[in-house]
Design a protein around this ligand. Structure first.
Ligand code: ARG
Length: 470
């Protein structure tokens, strides 16, 4: 209670002469959203209390009473029995006040040698670390699904595109393995980001460290961090680890969005390359014939919000002087959404991808149209001794002839082909077939079915290794 007897904040009201304006209290509070960090906040408090006991600041009875109190509070929160208070601003002070209500004066000792500044920096790291582990699992689940479909579709031929124009035949399995590779990099980006963030800021206190003989290595160990952060000012200030996470998440969303775009194209009547099961689609309230690929469309659409959050956090941080500033309270809502969005999208994809079925005949027919084996004909002429540029010219003329007469290269007779070069023999038809074309690209990273199956086998081994490491 302050001198003029009005009720001020019980945690920091000592120097205040009037209570906080009711709107300002709501405006500055973060409890509505940072309550999500309750488990991490309790975990951090448990580690802090144990450390204080180890260095002799808390005696054994005090420690036990704090630990028990925290455990009971966690139960209350999980059973939905806690009423959060806006007057207590945030999750840290809500839990601390609840602890003091429960265990009395000992509860007031928990905050010895720490500040909400190192506390919140610790909580977010613990939180993101858990969420990254979950996301890594979901990426792996999606990758496994891709391997199943890629193996099944290793020989399925489709047109490969550049500029969305038919370019060369590829196998559908090869296309899906391209998606797999994107996710490999997404996985390693997230893992790198986890490694860099896995340091404990606890003990940095408000900004300068603390006068108590704290053992930061011990509390870091208790929370599963690789060690303590090296500089107290930096520890309470920078949110680069969160920004890095948003960048990695944006990349995941970009990849999922690109996959979505292809699924949307492929399910259209114009392409008609694949079928998506009804359970991942919805209908139209007016057009009875419609089956819309809502899941891919939504995933594509949700990419924007994550990219937006990345920009928000970069902008939030860019002009902040050392050390902690209240601005940083604004990191949480974008960050939480940056966790939730890829979580939902990866889940939908991991469930949906194994159910993708190719319409192989349509894919094949599309690959046959559009002169997709023109490069193969040029390569054939090169093998007969013609310089590549000349071969390019010759095939260009053959294609022009085909367009005019509505004939694909493989539909032309030997006589017709020989108008363009007399070196063409009957063996040309081996290279003009779709199978000949894909089988010929039989090197690491090539589209030949043999290579696709090898890539799938290597990928499986990689995922096994990954599983044994965790
Ligand atoms: N709610 C605050 C946040 O999210 C916790 C740290 C507050 N520190 C302070 N000195 N006001 O950043």
């Amino acid at each position: 209670m302050s001198s003029n007897d009005q009720k001020t904040n019980q945690q920091w009201g000592g120097r205040f002469n009037e209570p906080t304006d009711a709107f300002v209290a709501r405006f500055t509070a973060s409890i509505d959203f940072d309550k999500r960090l309750y488990a991490q906040d309790i975990r951090g408090s448990q580690a802090h209390a144990r450390m204080l006991n180890k260095v002799g600041v808390l005696n054994e009875d005090e420690l036990q009473s704090i630990l028990q109190g925290l455990e009971q509070i966690q139960g209350e929160i999980e059973r939905g029995e806690i009423e959060w208070s806006v007057e207590l601003e945030d999750i840290h002070m809500n839990i601390e006040a609840r602890l003091t209500d429960r265990i009395g004066i000992t509860g007031k000792k928990l905050h010895t040698g720490r500040s909400r500044n190192d506390q919140v920096a610790t909580d977010i790291r613990l939180y993101l670390r858990d969420e990254i582990d979950f996301l890594l699992g979901e990426i792996t689940r999606l990758q496994r699904g891709l391997l199943t479909v890629a193996e099944r579709e290793a020989k399925t031929i489709m047109p490969g595109f550049t500029h969305l124009q038919t370019a060369q035949p590829v196998t559908f399995g090869h296309h899906l393995m391209a998606w797999f590779e994107m996710l490999q990099r997404d996985f390693s980006r997230l893992r790198d980001c986890r490694t860099r963030m896995n340091q404990s800021p606890l003990g940095a206190a408000a900004l300068a460290g603390t006068t108590y003989p704290i053992d930061r290595i011990y509390s870091a160990q208790l929370m599963g961090f690789d060690g303590p952060t090296a500089n107290s000012l930096d520890s309470v200030s920078d949110r680069d680890f969160a920004i890095e996470f948003c960048a990695a998440a944006s990349m995941i969303m970009n990849h999922l969005s690109r996959m979505s775009e292809e699924l949307v194209l492929w399910t259209s009547a114009q392409f008609d390359f694949i079928d998506l099961p009804d359970r991942f689609c919805t209908g139209s309230s007016i057009m009875p014939q419609k089956k819309n690929p809502d899941v891919p469309e939504l995933v594509r659409g949700k990419g924007g919000r994550v990219t937006g959050h990345l920009i928000s956090l970069l902008t939030l941080m860019k002009s902040q002087p050392l050390a902690y500033n209240k601005d940083n309270q604004e990191d949480k809502e974008p960050l939480f959404d940056t966790v939730d969005t890829p979580k939902g999208c990866l889940r939908a994809y991991a469930d949906m991808v194994p159910a993708i079925h190719s319409k192989a005949d349509n894919m094949r027919e599309a690959a046959r149209r559009g002169f997709s084996t023109a490069t193969d004909l040029a390569d054939y002429l090169v093998r007969q001794g013609m310089p590549f540029r000349d071969a390019h010219e010759v095939v260009g003329k053959a294609v022009a002839f085909g367009i005019k007469n509505k004939l694909d290269l493989s539909d032309m007779s030997l006589d017709q082909l020989q108008q363009f070069s007399t070196t063409i023999g009957t063996d040309v038809f081996d290279v003009l077939t779709l199978e000949g074309s894909v089988n010929a690209r039989d090197h690491i990273g090539g589209t030949a079915p043999r290579q696709v199956l090898l890539a799938v086998a290597n990928a499986r081994e990689d995922l096994e290794k990954r599983a044994s490491e965790t």
